[in-house]
Structures are given as structure tokens and as C-alpha cells.
Design a protein around this ligand. Sequence first.
Ligand code: ADP
Ligand code: ADP
Length: 227
Amino acid sequence: MITFDAVTKRYPDGTVAVDALSLEARTGEITVLVGPSGCGKTTSLRMINRMIDPSEGRILLDGTPVQSVDPPVLRRGIGYVIQQAGLFPHRKVVDNIATVPYLLGWDRKRARGRAMELLERVGLDPGLAERYPFQLSGGQQQRVGVARALAADPPVLLMDEPFSAVDPVVRTSLQDELIRLQAELNKTIVFVTHDIDEAIKLGDQVAVLRVGGTLAQLADPKTLLAE
Ligand code: ADP
Ligand code: ADP
């Protein structure tokens, strides 16, 4: 479980990106942060894995303040998926997925075996393993990005507009797959989007943010649907 305890982030230029945000992202659920551009969604995600630290307040991971954990150790337990997959262009798909296992010192065979297993799990043809990212469609690249984030089996998965850059048909199937995957994996997922329909579809809990970084509403998506 991830807890935001009155978290504020003020950038050096004075911009308040996140303002006294409190919420809990529970294990086994997808918590969606939704709101217009500039409402502090990305800033909130980056504070979880300490790419940036809050100005005030605390973030707890299963009760432990993330600021008491070394970033490299913390990040081993946190998968991160961004909009443009962020794959290494000069590495084959299989090696992209195995990046973290390699870093963790797994032998090549075991790391690649894990990568192949994940390729299948995210719905990709194993035949794609030896391709380079530029030889994949946008949707396929995003799936590889998800597989890579899952490689070390982290308990937490952070997703920053992961499906925004793909066409609507592919996006729908990626959303469906994420729901299916989460039912199997039981992770703590924090998912950022500016699309309210996506938030309602994916979220077990939806945090609606406004520009200025304040929480407008913390809702069960079924309630939002009724509005
Ligand atoms: P979102 O992800 O919802 O689009 P961001 O977290 O990226 O929002 O940004 C929230 C606010 O903080 C915006 O006003 C943005 O311009 C500002 N901001 C983001 N990063 C920085 C930074 N490094 N320095 C100063 N302001 C920033
Ligand atoms: P996204 O919408 O995907 O979050 P942005 O365009 O908001 O992307 O931000 C791109 C990068 O620029 C991020 O690293 C963010 O931290 C940084 N950034 C955003 N707004 C500002 C700002 N006002 N000043 C400095 N850096 C910013």
C-alpha cells in the first residue's frame, strides 16, 4: 500500500505542483490519478520512486517512509511505465525486458527465460523477441514497456499515461489486458491519465486532481459514472 500523507511539492521556481495531497493506493487495486495537464500527476508519481522528493509531507510504502530508503533499493520494488515506452533503441526486445534482471546479476539464460515468459504474459508473440523496438508498432512497444516494468516482479507498478500515444482500438485492448493482468498479479498500481473515461474503466479508486495540485475528489469510479 502507498500512502500520501499531506504531500506538497513546490518546485524551486515557486510552482506548487502538488498541494497537501493525502490518499491511499491499496494493494490489489488500480488507483488512478486523473485531471488536466499540469495538475501534478507526473510529479506525484515521481515522488513515489524518489525521482523527486516532497517539499512537505510524507509518502509511505507499506508503512515505511520512502525517504528513508535508498533510491536504487526503492526502485527495485517499483516498475515504471511511461507514455513513449522508453525502450532502449539498440537492444532487442528480449534484452529490453531483461534489463533489470541483468542489472540484478541474473545469469543470461535465466534473465532471457523470464523475458520470454513476460512477453507471453503481456500478449506478445514470442517471435518478436529478437526484434528491435523500431520494428514494433506503438502498441507493441507499450506492451514491451509493461513487460520490462514487471521483470523483477515489483510489488508496485507506476504508469504515466502509458496508453495515450496509441490509437483508440489498440488502447482499448491494452486497457483490457491491464485489468486481466492485475487480476493475476495483485500489485499496487498507480495509473496516471488525463482521460476520465480511461480513469473510470481502469480505476478501483479514482483521485481527481485540479490544477494547483489539490484533490478535487477521491471516488469510487461507479460514483463518477453516475454523475
Ligand atoms: P501533470 O503530470 O498533471 O501534467 P506535472 O506534475 O507534470 O503535471 O506538473 C505540475 C505542475 O508543476 C505544472 O504547473 C508544471 O508546469 C510544473 N512543473 C513540473 N515539473 C516542473 C519542474 N521541474 N520545475 C518547475 N515546475 C515544474
Ligand atoms: P508530461 O505531460 O508527459 O508529464 P510535460 O510536458 O509535463 O510532460 O513535462 C516534460 C518534462 O518537463 C518533465 O520532465 C517535467 O518535469 C518537465 N517540466 C514540466 N513543466 C516544467 C516547468 N514548468 N519547468 C521545468 N520543467 C518542467
